[in-house]
Design a protein around this ligand. Structure first.
Ligand SMILES: [Zn+2]
Length: 536
């Protein structure tokens, strides 16, 4: 917890031009806030939503059967609260994929059960196989000669071993004074072209460019042509994770059986043609590599079964629902709250993003339970395909807000979109997305949330999640500032993103804060101010 005096001082120093804080006063609906707080803080059901999504339905990989099952639950639950117009909006995605079975162990020179997980959209081994393991870290085409003829029928370790450090770095990121100063400061100049955003083209990594196949693709082709049986990797070379959005908030990855795993294959017509590809815990990987370096043979037993699903109807979807507006003039205007509903497959997507989806659902439940009758319509959107490149929110924007330069009806009717996608940590404020005109508005909204730790309005534009789709279409769109906690060190896209890492008190706070923001935005006389053109 930071000292109030520090926040006040930091705000005063944050280069905000004089006059920005001299805005008209916002109507603060104190009786409504009291009811939202009572329902949200004392009768919260948010942990129950998270447990249903993450424990019962588990990984919600877009296009997979568990994504459909989780969606059925969410829609049924929203309807049971009386949320109106609950429906899916489906969009084309490509082939679906799910993991059926995975077992791996080293069997020579000793038995060692291996912690690992196949990458999504990769193939199986056609039953249980036993094979020699070979260390073949190919870094360039020059290495092909060295490994030609040595991969056939073998399980290939594709990287050199990686140094594993003690956990002496920062693991849990609770914002300190320096982090807060950074959050409150103007963002750095835009990075050079080619940086930022999420990696890789859609449909798998290492896409081709104008000059032909990428190095990644040429290496993959070599491994297939040489007859390798399966590929094994241990994740990135660094055990440090960045905070994203040009924030210097680094944390040390925990290792110790925890690893990141995402997509390793394509969803298009070429789906299912590559090799089985598995990420394993770095310690297990390193042990096998060190044994092989001594010239001692390593054998593994491996069984991978995966399933692909044809796209007979559009496989992906967004879930939409709303509390209809009641003001004769304003009810066609919309305040949107949303979060991505999908996850990667490595664990259960508890903090990425059952937390965000559940907080948004709970915010609607709070408002509905206390009988809120908003002037504007409050709409929830639970997105699909976020992990493959913000596909769901982009599709929503394309069909309702703006398709390129073609403006659609909701562009002028959505007052704001609020998003959550940074894990389980409580809301500390809002990233203003360089929309400085909302600063005095939000400043007044967060004043009565002081005791809940909501104090920060950070000017910078953050990216890599669904509010960016709306932001690009000119709609005021915001990601809340959250405590990152273990998000980047332990849970984000890992095999250990389970409900145990979700922080109950923070989740209760999060849903309550969202309900308040949605209510204030829905009741305000005017829509929220839009960013002046050309400032972003
Ligand atoms: Zn996410």
């Amino acid at each position: 917890m930071i000292r109030r005096s520090f926040v006040a001082a930091a705000l005063a120093l944050s280069l905000v031009p004089a006059g920005r804080l001299m805005a008209q006063s916002e109507a603060i609906d104190a009786p409504m806030l009291a009811r939202i707080r009572e329902e949200g803080l004392r009768h919260s059901q948010v942990m129950d939503h998270i447990s249903w999504l993450a424990d019962v339905y588990g990984p919600r990989l877009t296009g997979s059967p568990t994504m459909d099952q989780a969606a059925e639950w969410a829609m049924k639950t929203l309807r049971s609260w009386g949320i109106a117009n609950v429906h899916q909006e489906r969009f084309a995605f490509g082939k679906g994929w799910s993991l059926v079975r995975f077992n791996a162990q080293m069997i020579e020179p000793q038995v060692m059960p291996i912690i690992g997980m196949p990458e999504s959209w990769t193939t199986g081994t056609k039953g249980r196989v036993t094979a020699d393991v070979v260390l073949a870290p190919i870094r360039s085409e020059d290495d092909f000669a060295m490994y030609r003829g040595r991969l056939r029928g073998r399980i290939v370790l594709t990287q050199p071993e990686r140094e594993v450090n003690m956990l002496e770095g920062r693991i849990v990121l609770k914002m300190n004074e320096q982090d807060i100063r950074e959050a409150l400061s103007e963002p750095p100049p835009p990075p050079p072209a080619g940086r930022g955003g999420r990696g890789g083209p859609p449909g798998g990594r290492g896409g081709a460019n104008a000059s032909g196949p990428s190095l990644q693709q040429r290496i993959a082709r070599f491994q297939v042509d040489e007859g390798a049986l399966a590929l094994i990797e241990r994740g990135p070379d660094s055990d440090m994770a960045t905070g994203g959005s040009d924030l210097s908030w680094q944390t040390q990855k925990t290792d110790g059986g925890t690893f990141g795993v995402g997509s390793g294959g394509s969803r298009d017509e070429s789906a299912g043609t590559g090799l089985p590809s598995i990420v394993v815990a770095v310690e297990h990987y390193n042990r096998m590599a060190r044994i092989l370096e001594k010239g001692v043979p390593v054998r593994m037993e491996l069984e991978v079964e995966t399933r692909f699903y044809d796209e007979t109807q559009p496989r992906a979807f967004n879930i939409i629902g709303e509390i209809p507006g009641t003001d004769p003039v304003l009810k066609d205007q919309i305040v949107m709250i949303g979060a991505h509903f999908d996850s990667h497959h490595g664990a259960t997507g508890a903090t990425d993003n059952a937390t965000g989806s559940s907080a948004m659902m709970e915010a609607l439940r709070i408002l509905q339970t206390i009988g809120a009758k908003p002037r504007r319509t409050i709409r929830i959107a639970l997105w699909g395909g976020e992990e493959q490149g913000l596909l769901g929110s982009r599709e929503y924007v394309r069909s309702h807000v703006a398709d390129g330069t073609a403006v659609k009806p909701e562009q002028s009717r959505i007052s704001a979109y609020f998003n959550i996608d940074n894990g389980t940590g409580r809301i500390r404020g809002v990233w203003l997305q360089e929309n400085h005109a909302v600063q005095p508005v939000f400043q007044q909204w967060i004043q009565p949330l002081d005791d809940l730790g909501v104090e920060l309005l950070g000017p910078r534009a953050v990216g890599s999640t669904d509010h960016a789709s709306f932001d690009q279409a000119g709609v005021p769109a915001f990601q809340f500032i959250q405590e990152r906690l273990e998000y980047n060190s332990r849970t984000h896209h890992t095999n250990m993103d389970f409900v145990d890492r979700v922080q109950k008190d923070d989740m209760v706070q999060m849903a309550t804060v969202v309900a308040w923001f949605a209510w204030q935005a829905a009741q305000r006389d005017a829509m929220l101010p839009r960013r002046t053109a050309g400032t972003h």
